[in-house]
Design a protein around this ligand. Structure first.
Ligand code: ATP
Length: 356
């Protein structure tokens, strides 16, 4: 089929680098003689017909801009038949031949539905958590971690002055990648993530021993997804227990959305640009229902259903029947990728422990 117009949208939580993807998609499409339509507010805008033709000048000088110029929204109605009907009408009205959807796993579910209804769609990661198992990297991750680094370095200064401990909660509902990697990079004395059981007593002993030998400041990083037995954020209770058990004054800090903003780093601009260009190429080759991923520093693409099911497998959320549509070879590949991810986290966590 001949492509004349493609739509691009950002959906779910925003991530630094989304603008660099929008720019790459617009430029790559333009270079191939295809018009780009910017769809505002994610799937909500697709349902509402909030669509504007994007020229090169619309994406000029946005590569380094945080947030998303197309804005983003959560759109529950899109999951309903009425929402899909509205979205398909917008596609017909604007003669959209294919869509590139930037976001996380919810966004890819939407992309999967669009493809199933005859609208070719390619997914591209834009999420700071790095929580898509099929890809080594999600656009936004590096910038978010560098922001954590900057914030924690500042906290470290004041902790050193006052001889305190900062317990810092960082984003990551399901994935502890931000906490783990930023914990290593900030010299944390404790890292708490969902994926690995946390030995709290051992950390208290490390703090007591280090304080006895003269260390003034401590940093503990906790992923937001970790809760205590009452469902409360783990870091809050941990802060009180640190004071109680080690007599080191402790403060709880939640970085939250501050980590989602800011100008994307080189790593994110590069990933966004290369993935955006690859997404356009795939669409124009007639491919759809794929998510653009990075594996071993190469850009590859996985079928969206494969990527979503792999995610469920990795997070132990598979339901009966989820694997039915896949061949034995595909299931084997998924198991290998899920295990690789688990091993990677385990090994990195063990390395972090050795450095505490
Ligand atoms: P993040 O990782 O930042 O949360 P996300 O893409 O997972 O990003 P969601 O809010 O889960 O964010 O999904 C974004 C949008 O995708 C939803 O508002 C909805 O419009 C659409 N969507 C989510 N789940 C589905 C689904 N099962 N079927 C169809 N569309 C969906």
């Amino acid at each position: 089929m001949e492509f004349k117009k493609i739509g691009v949208l950002t959906s779910g939580g925003d991530a630094p680098g989304m603008n660099a993807v929008i720019r790459a998609v617009t430029r790559a499409a333009n270079a191939a003689g295809v018009e780009t339509l910017g769809i505002f507010d994610g799937y909500q805008g697709l349902m509402d017909g909030n669509v504007v033709a994007f020229t090169e000048s619309d994406v000029s000088n946005i590569i380094g801009k945080g947030g998303t110029v197309l804005y983003t929204a959560r759109a529950a109605e899109f999951k309903e038949p009425s929402g899909m009907e509205k979205a398909l009408k917008t596609c017909r009205d604007h003669e959209i031949d294919g869509i590139i959807a930037i976001g996380g796993d919810g966004t890819f579910r939407g992309a999967n539905d669009l493809t199933a209804h005859g609208m070719p769609t390619i997914g591209l990661t834009g999420t700071i958590d790095n929580d898509i198992t099929a890809t080594d990297y999600t656009v936004g991750f590096d910038t978010a971690m560098n922001t954590v680094l900057e914030c924690v370095d500042r906290l470290r200064d004041t902790c050193e002055s006052h001889a305190r401990c900062s317990v810092v909660e960082v984003m990551g509902r399901d994935a502890g990648y931000i906490a783990l990697q930023s914990g290593i990079a900030t010299g944390a004395i404790g890292i708490v993530i969902k994926e690995i059981p946390f030995d709290e007593d051992a950390m208290m002993q490390r703090i007591i021993k280090a304080r006895a030998s003269g260390r003034r400041s401590f940093v503990v990083i906790v992923a937001e997804g970790v809760k205590d037995e009452n469902g409360k954020p783990y870091g809050e209770g941990l802060t009180a227990r640190i004071e109680e058990k080690t007599e080191v004054e402790a403060r709880f800090v939640r970085l939250a959305h501050i980590v989602r903003g800011g100008s994307p780093t080189l790593r994110d601009r590069l990933a966004a640009s290369l993935m955006g260009e690859a997404a356009v190429k795939l669409l124009l080759e007639g491919k759809s229902n794929l998510v653009v991923c990075e594996r071993n520093a190469k850009i590859v693409a996985f079928e969206i259903n494969f990527a979503l099911t792999l995610d469920k497998m990795y997070k132990n959320k598979l339901k009966i029947g989820d694997l039915d549509r896949f061949s034995a070879a595909e299931i084997h590949e998924m198991e290998g990728l899920a295990e690789l991810r688990r091993r990677e986290i385990r090994e990195m966590y063990n390395a972090a422990l050795a450095l505490m």
